[in-house]
Design a protein around this ligand. Structure first.
Ligand SMILES: C[S@@+](CC[C@H](N)C(=O)[O-])C[C@H]1O[C@@H](n2cnc3c(N)ncnc32)[C@H](O)[C@@H]1O
Length: 145
């Protein structure tokens, strides 16, 4: 049953990814516009992120990864929708930054323990089993112990 739900959601997001116009995404506005107070709040909490290794879980079109890569972080854009990961890589190329793309399910992270300095799990209301995802994240983040 759970696999069925994941499969349906993955197809939904792959379909959505195929409609995204990368050229129309304004990465800076996404974080700094006056209409994004929640993201401006997050930025204030994060401080200097240059050189940090960041996992952008449920990356969608990759706005977070691209924004933070521009600020000097090493970003891995991860999503269980291969279509979204592809869009994230296109967005990075359009913004002249390098990020890594990975197709991964948030509840079964395929990366070594104690790997990342930072993570973003933004607007991921679509992640079913969010608690399972957070539990999984505890093992791969250096500071979530
Ligand atoms: C609404 S989008 C958010 C995109 C981006 N984080 C943002 O801030 O705009 C949610 C993303 O979460 C991904 N997602 C949902 N469930 C997931 C899971 N179990 N593992 C990985 N990604 C997942 C979806 O494919 C989708 O791209």
């Amino acid at each position: 049953m759970r696999e069925e739900i994941f499969e349906k959601e993955k197809q939904f997001h792959d379909q959505w990814a195929s409609t995204i116009d990368v050229e129309g995404i304004r990465v800076r506005d996404y974080f700094e516009a006056c209409t994004a107070p929640e993201n401006r709040f997050i930025l204030r909490q994060m401080g200097d992120i240059s050189g940090k290794l960041l996992l952008d879980l449920g990356c969608g079109a990759g706005e977070n990864s691209v924004y933070f890569a521009k600020k000097g972080a090493r970003c891995i854009a991860a999503d269980y929708s291969p279509g979204m990961v592809e869009v994230a890589l296109q967005l990075a190329a359009a913004n002249n930054v390098q990020i890594q793309g990975r197709t991964m399910n948030a509840i079964a992270l395929d990366c070594p323990d104690n790997t990342f300095d930072l993570f973003t799990l933004l607007i991921c209301y679509t992640i079913c089993q969010i608690l399972a995802a957070i539990k999984e994240m505890r093992t791969v983040f250096l500071s979530l112990r």
